[in-house]
Design a protein around this ligand. Structure first.
Ligand code: ZN
Ligand code: FE
Length: 256
């Protein structure tokens, strides 16, 4: 099984799984790169998984379905390019001999879902779209801070080795913000150095892991004293409530 982040647009990844010449892609915002890859490897597109309705995640679906006949799976509660198999929380999908569980993770969009595979070549993986990024999280376009925090906590409770396959290469700018929030976090400082080196060579910083994100991502750390202290400096009325801390962090990041 190969797990490949195919670059798309300026900073998207279309995650591609390849096994015995069969392919699954997640969030194909455009078709050309996927079609080129299939052609080059003599592979067949089997399944398309979609996390949410934004065009940079769905723009290639119609063209890919038309030219490959692939099955399309997407969230139950979002506007989607029809036809597709609609799934919701707790549903299981089988593809390429793998089993994926659907997790509803609202916040970035109202019906956003993630796909969790407990055993992808001996390691778990989660395809989480624009909910959890390395060092950050998606903007709250259609959800409340409370919803997003619950969604992120749900992802954070997945096993530590779970590979985090998110859809954007936002890591370096997220880490700039994370360092402003938590300058004394040694794991964060080290991870930033590593990611700067990777990007200088044009390598992806992804996938990350849940264990790493718990250590370095301020949006998963709204219960940690240094994060609370920094967030309070941005609040009109300082609070230690995790939801208020999270909301203050998210608004601060929007302006950062
Ligand atoms: Zn999005
Ligand atoms: Fe996106």
């Amino acid at each position: 099984m190969e797990l490949i982040p195919l670059p798309a647009f300026s900073d998207n990844y279309i995650w591609l799984l390849h096994h015995k010449r069969r392919v699954l892609v997640v969030d194909p915002g455009e078709a050309a790169g996927v079609l080129g890859w299939l052609d080059q490897h003599g592979a067949v597109l089997d399944t398309i998984l979609i996390t949410h309705h934004h065009p940079d995640h769905t723009g290639g679906v119609a063209a890919l379905r038309e030219s490959t006949g692939a099955r399309v799976v997407g969230p139950r509660n979002e506007r989607m390019p029809e036809p597709l198999q609609r799934v919701g929380d707790g549903d299981q999908i089988e593809a390429l001999g793998l089993r994926f569980e659907v997790l509803e993770v609202p916040g970035h969009t109202a019906g956003h879902i993630a796909y969790y595979c407990a055993d992808l070549d001996d390691l778990p993986a989660v395809f989480c779209g624009d909910t959890l990024f390395s060092g950050g999280c998606g903007r709250l376009f259609e959800g409340t801070p409370g919803q997003m925090l619950a969604s992120l906590n749900r992802l954070a409770s997945l096993p530590g080795p779970t590979r985090v396959c998110c859809t954007h290469e936002y890591t370096l700018s997220n880490l700039k913000f994370a360092l402003a929030v938590e300058p004394g976090n040694e794991a964060l400082v080290q991870y930033n150095t590593e990611c700067v080196r990777l990007r200088a060579q044009n390598f992806p910083t992804l996938p990350s892991s849940i264990a790493r994100e718990r250590q370095i991502n301020p949006f998963l750390r709204s219960g940690q004293p240094p994060v609370i202290a920094s967030a309070q400096s941005q609040m009109a009325e300082p609070s230690t409530d995790p939801e208020a801390v999270f909301a203050a962090l998210r608004e601060w990041k929007n302006r950062f």
